[in-house]
Design a protein. Structure first.
Lengths: 560, 560
């Protein structure tokens, strides 16, 4: 057995089933090893950001790591943005990066680069295989690292000569006790022991009668923990909030509703205003996404005490236990909290906007759907419109690195073959990883992609106006709106030329349609959901923010 | 003046004209600063790999740095692969990366990451602006670093609060004497002083009568140096070779022809076999692109002495001087060496293949063209077919990170408004950065893109067969060819579904056509060259390597 075969066999023995791959010459032995290993599924990705984003989606939905297969430093670089998102999602993921042969590295061949330095920025664990004889154990250690505590990105760097050298052996799963952790809390949570002191402190705070909030994140947003959190909120009167961009939020009819913290600091500050006690469960103390002059970065009010119920690395079971213990310590906490019932299906009519798209999605979302949300500004109405839809999962842009949605949908669809995936994509974000559409076609994945085609980086139009005072905005021509110089126009406007998203999808083998009214969109969205395999609906909506187009047309007329 | 304004004004004062940009919230003040600065050209790129590759193309053609504008760590990550290529090309490039406000960084907001670590892997110079008052000087220092010696990637990290804080001042160009260098040779070369010892040693070697070769690279491949190198070769009988993937090779009718070192080590070893003396001018001692079991990584024969004429950081003028001095020391070196005359224009007929595409390109290539070559296996016939074409520049994949070609063409076209750009792209490579097509349309760039649509990672089909012995190739089904298991088929074959490149181009605003015969290709290629603005021709060619398609059809029938 050579090193590559040992790595693949060990990953398989540790439960890794899917390999999202864009290999190169230095990974050919890994490709051969995949062929030698029954049950290994190799999924081709035509860009590494698709591979890493798909592995993230797979890990979020299964709780088990998928592997990526990347080619040297540049391949890792191409996958870096979605590894950043996976890191922020605490996704279990094994990142496999090929490298030059050990004896070739000192020659500084054209593709030589510092893989370790780049990998370290997104990985909770990095190891370089030194010898084929330890390659199997290294692979097993990677899975153990990826699955310890809540989860993390584990990167294994595999030199070509380690891959092709004999003397290797497959290794099985590493026992839990010897797994790496990020601290004592990881092991504690994994063993489902609850920190009694933390529970007692939080219970005292919630019983004292002062205004309080419960901020949920990560594992607290899965059904078992969410139901206990709702009991806590019902018994204490604490406001039930969750982080702005959850990795995976279970929601819909019958599940406790939880309010997401706003993206802009003003909104989040308003949600937390007056709270004297903030109990964190699976969440970190909230901070602003970006800094703005004169706005605080920490969002917790100054006179508010923060209680961390679970520690940073608790998993679903540990978080649920902690919340259950907390609920049990509150008076009257044994009733059933109210949960939203199913919403009336209302299909929208009239002009196509973010609002009418959201209404159609809310009306048609199928039971058990996985919703990937990278809708950005166009998605403002989605949370309310889908709150009473049949039960579903909601996957967000955890790390803010756009280009996540289409790849995430690929991974989620492979993880959940029986569940429809709905991918709601802003056009600017979708352009970062359009190659994912081809993998959807290749694998015949049941994904309905909606591209909000507003032909604008609308969120930047908003941020520009927030950051640059109109009086300070340069380049305005006389008579035009302030703050609309040529650089702003050229860099934030995507309408010259307008992107034909239906055409892009069809060119990669995905059937597609274009909708310009709510009725058209509803019909095309319903058709896409009803038919198997991937579909794309280009929703031509006006941009929510931004100056008029250069031609002077009102915003709504800018859509094709 | 705020920090962002000082940075943009200083870059402009130091000669930076073009900003290839994909900004985010933390870079909005830089966008406003671009509007405040007359003469700054902001070019929107819908993916950061387009921005960095375009800056590389611009730098290769002008010798002056363009700036990129990237959003935090993930934006830098998306641009990393083409920065790797730019580093290998020794391109002058200023990489501008926005970051969170200094006081926001410790909060570990979702987009926080270790930008410095990632930047260090591709940059010859990295600096983080600490204060708006030094921002202008930092920007000037970045240009000085980028343009010292032969050139390098200089990365300046600009926190948002440094951008928006007042008290900044623009800085002018840094005097040459205080510029950073990579060693004594850099300054020497910049001052056009020739190392007499190196010249004398090389001259003695070339005069001794033993077989010798001259290996050119980097600045030695520009006309002034190339003519001197040809004199050296003519006078000494040394074989005239150049590196495998030059950043910019001037060639065509009337220029000395130079033979590129082969990609595969066996080929390069054959080219260098028997040489007892190898003189390097602007080139490094050659090594194999990848390691293969049983093949040496260093390509220089064991009994061959190597002479470095110029050092690693010489520029065009220094390299030319050194070669001229060397030629002057050789007997009979004052004649004019033979150069190829114009080739007969022969337009091909019959099936469309890599060979007939090359013939059409050779027959139709316009005077002064800039050819971007990422044709990979399909381009095997290009060097011979274009050797006698009118004078042109040939830009290669310097670092081996595919996805370079389309962005490089964008930058080259902006750098050379009067010159046609011909971009020869393998389909697998083109899929890494297709977003460049949109920028071509937005800017109305005169680029003719040829996509070799062989629906295969054909180079990997070749490498797989080189690396995995047929007897060892797993997963073969009984009766099929050896070494063609499902993972290999799934990961190296791009034909399910076939990519519609003409459709992808049209969807991004680039007129496109599809050609399936040599006659069709010739007509469409000629039309694309004749019309202004960008065009794409999808050349449906068979793959040069690989097993039969799963359906069992012969290779040539696999094309759509």
């Amino acid at each position: 057995m050579n090193g590559a075969e040992a790595v693949v066999a060990s990953l398989r023995a540790c439960g890794v089933e899917v390999f999202f791959a864009n290999p190169g010459t230095s990974e050919m032995h890994l490709v051969a090893a995949l062929d030698a290993e029954p049950g290994a599924r190799a999924v081709p990705c035509l860009f590494e950001g698709v591979a890493t984003g798909a592995a993230d989606g797979y890990g979020r939905m299964t709780g088990r790591p998928a592997a990526t297969l990347l080619h040297l430093g540049p391949g890792l670089g191409n996958g870096l943005a979605n590894l950043h998102n996976a890191r922020r999602a605490a996704t279990r993921l094994v990142n496999l990066v090929g490298d030059h042969a050990t004896y070739h590295k000192p020659l500084d061949a054209p593709l030589e680069s510092d893989i370790d330095a780049v990998a370290g920025t997104v990985s909770g664990w990095v190891r370089r295989c030194r010898d084929s004889r330890t390659a199997g154990a290294d692979a097993a250690a990677a899975v153990a690292a990826a699955t310890a505590g809540r989860g993390r990105v584990a990167t294994l760097i595999l030199p070509a000569d380690v891959s092709w050298s004999p003397g290797a052996a497959a290794a099985g799963a590493v026992p839990r006790a010897s797994r790496p952790t990020t601290g004592p809390s990881a092991e504690t949570a994994t063993e489902y022991a609850v920190a009694d002191d933390a529970v007692a402190e939080a219970a005292a705070a919630l019983r004292c009668g002062e205004p309080a909030a419960l901020l949920l994140g990560g594992p607290a947003l899965r059904e078992p923990a969410l139901r206990e959190a709702a009991r806590v909120a019902a018994a204490s009167g604490a406001r039930l909030l969750c982080e702005t961009f959850p990795a995976r939020l279970e929601r819909g009819a019958g599940l406790p509703a939880v309010e997401r913290l706003a993206y802009l600091p003003e909104g989040a500050l308003a949600q937390l205003r007056g709270a004297r006690h903030l109990v964190l469960a699976g969440a970190r103390s909230p901070v602003s996404f970006f800094a703005y002059p004169g706005t605080p970065g920490r969002l917790v009010p100054e006179d508010c005490r923060v209680y961390d119920l679970t520690g940073p690395d608790s998993d679903v079971r540990g978080t649920r236990e902690a919340l259950a213990h907390l609920a049990d310590r509150l008076p009257g906490s044994h009733g059933t909290p109210a949960t939203p019932g199913p919403a009336e299906p209302l299909t929208p009519t009239g002009p196509l906007t973010g609002e009418t798209v959201a209404a159609a999605v809310g009306a048609l979302l199928p039971e058990g759907a996985v919703v990937v949300d990278e809708a950005n500004t166009s998605g403002l109405w989605l949370p309310a419109a889908t709150a009473g839809a049949p039960r579903h999962n909601w996957l967000c842009l955890t790390g803010g690195a756009i280009g996540q949605g289409l790849p995430l949908a690929v991974g989620a669809a492979l993880a959940c073959p029986g569940q429809p995936v709905v991918c709601l994509e802003a056009d600017g974000s979708a352009m970062f990883t359009p190659q994912a559409l081809w993998t959807m076609a290749r694998e015949g994945l049941d994904i309905t992609v909606v591209v909000y085609a507003n032909s604008s980086y609308a969120i930047l139009e908003m941020e520009y106006d927030r950051l640059i005072a109109p009086s300070a905005a340069p380049g305005s021509e006389p008579g035009s709106e302030p703050g609309c110089g040529p650089a702003r126009r050229d860099l934030l406007d995507l309408s010259r030329p307008v992107l034909d998203w239906a055409g892009i999808a069809r060119s990669m083998g995905v059937p597609a349609a274009r909708a310009t009214s709510a009725e058209e969109f509803t019909a095309e969205f319903a058709r896409a959901l009803a038919e198997p395999g991937p579909h794309l609906v280009q929703a031509c909506v006006p941009a929510l923010f931004g100056p008029p187009s250069p031609a002077g047309a009102p915003k709504a007329d800018r859509v094709p």
